[in-house]
Design a protein around this ligand. Structure first.
Ligand code: NZQ
Ligand code: ZN
Length: 387
């Protein structure tokens, strides 16, 4: 563990089939005015909306609702929520849904009492939060982002066509999160595999950096192996509790900071996807999967030992009689085959990108990387390779 680090995660997690039994006790710890934030229709269809409202009523809460949060939540919706928080003196924001709903709730939390333009302050200038934060809690229904146990908030500004992620300080983490894997049984297959690839990408983007022997890399490999195994089981039977619960906890752990300590990371795949998302509104994990393969083929030579290790420890590629380069490429090919196996289309065209968007997307992304710094012209090349 060569780099010093600080680890602090204040989210209390209730996990399992009976996790909802804790909702009332937790709600009792906060004031009366609750902003209930949710997506379009999923939580009503699965009966969770009625269940949550009943607990809120039993706790004598005043409930204000903000439904209809879009996948890839918008700054306009954040402003709508911020207004409701001020108007009703909200004491707790309860997010019920996937990453988009939870991210939007966090953005509302930091923006409601922000005196300046919150977009500029928090998602452009990356300033620390120095105004009142309204506590956020979550009930998770779609797995992938890890938003239930981190301080990340990814928001799309439709006016400037920028989708920007911001990791706030731990005060913005949900104060508690309820994780019942059964709530995820109804997630449509493309959304489910999108979330699964999001987990894999979070793990890879923490893994492909450094040359030292670091415990974090062993943890990352172990979770990758678990996700790959459980995904195959969950695709055969979406109501396989063992598999769905493994995937759910893997997602949480993959981005609650524990697996990334004492490491530098390479978040370029996310950086590129966010702008693809801004232009196409594609499911987040689908965009990540499309970009990953050409991106890793572009950089693997610069971090060869780690790509060889990935091939051997995650995909059981045999090294005997082959060059390191052949082994590394085989690892990337196995990742590509897995993405195809789980049914993610590997083409930007298939998710609605047009050729004229590619230079605009490339030029809106900040150059970066870890093993190799990738410039805008190289990003364009990568986008063309997966078009
Ligand atoms: O809108 P509703 O009706 O709720 O339907 C949603 C939505 O259409 C549906 N869904 C959710 N739970 C369901 C369900 N459908 C049936 N049954 C259920 N139980 O799933 C669709 C997608 O939901 P969304 O919340 O958008 O998905 P996800 O969790 O993948 O969140 C994606 C957003 O999170 C950001 C992404 O960029 C994207 O904006 N991220 C947030 C991060 C963080 N906070 O740390 C990190 C990630 O890397 C990511 O960038
Ligand atoms: Zn992600």
């Amino acid at each position: 563990m060569l780099f010093d680090f600080e680890f602090y995660n204040p989210t209390k997690v209730f996990f399992g089939k009976n996790a909802m039994n804790n909702l009332g006790t937790e709600l009792d710890k906060y004031g009366k005015n609750i902003l209930l934030v949710y997506g379009k229709s999923a939580i009503k269809k699965i009966g969770l909306y009625d269940e949550v409202v009943k607990v809120l009523n039993d706790c004598n809460k005043n409930v204000v609702e903000l439904g209809g949060i879009k996948p890839n939540p918008t700054y306009a919706q954040v402003m709508q929520g911020a207004e409701l928080v001020r108007q009703h003196g909200i004491d707790l924001i309860l997010a019920v849904g996937g990453g988009s709903v939870i991210d939007c709730a966090k953005a509302i939390s930091v923006s409601a009492y922000c005196k300046q333009d919150a977009w500029q302050k928090y998602w452009v200038d990356f300033k620390p939060v120095d105004n009142k934060i309204v506590p956020v809690a979550s009930i998770l229904t779609m797995v992938g982002t890890g938003s239930e146990m981190n301080a990340g908030s990814v928001i799309t500004n439709e006016e400037t066509m920028i989708k920007e992620g911001r990791v706030f300080s731990p005060e913005v983490n949900p104060v508690f999160s309820i994780l019942n894997p059964e709530f995820t049984y109804t997630v449509p297959k493309l959304q489910m595999v999108s979330g699964i690839y999001d987990i894999i990408s979070h793990l890879c983007e923490q893994y492909f950096s450094g040359t030292d022997d670091c415990t974090s890399d062993y943890l990352l490999e172990a979770i990758m192996n678990s996700v790959i195994f459980s995904t195959r089981a969950a695709l055969i039977n979406p109501e396989n509790y063992e598999a769905r619960s493994n995937i759910m906890w893997s997602a949480t752990v993959a981005l609650n900071k524990i697996t990334g300590v004492s490491k530098e990371h390479d978040w370029m795949v996310h950086g590129i996807e966010h702008q693809i998302g801004a232009y196409t509104d594609c499911p987040h994990g689908v965009g990540l999967a499309i970009v990953s393969i050409p991106y890793y083929r572009h950089i693997y030579k610069y971090g060869l030992p780690k790509f060889v290790r990935f091939a051997k420890n995650v995909w059981s590629v045999e090294g005997k009689g082959r060059t390191d380069e052949e082994v590394a490429l085989e690892g990337i090919a196995r990742l590509e085959a897995f993405i195809k196996e789980i049914g993610i289309p590997l083409s930007l065209r298939k998710i609605g990108a047009t050729e004229d968007m590619l230079p605009k997307i490339a030029n809106s992304i900040a150059p970066g990387g870890h093993y190799k710094r990738v410039e805008c012209d190289e990003i364009l090349q990568i986008l063309r390779e997966c078009y």
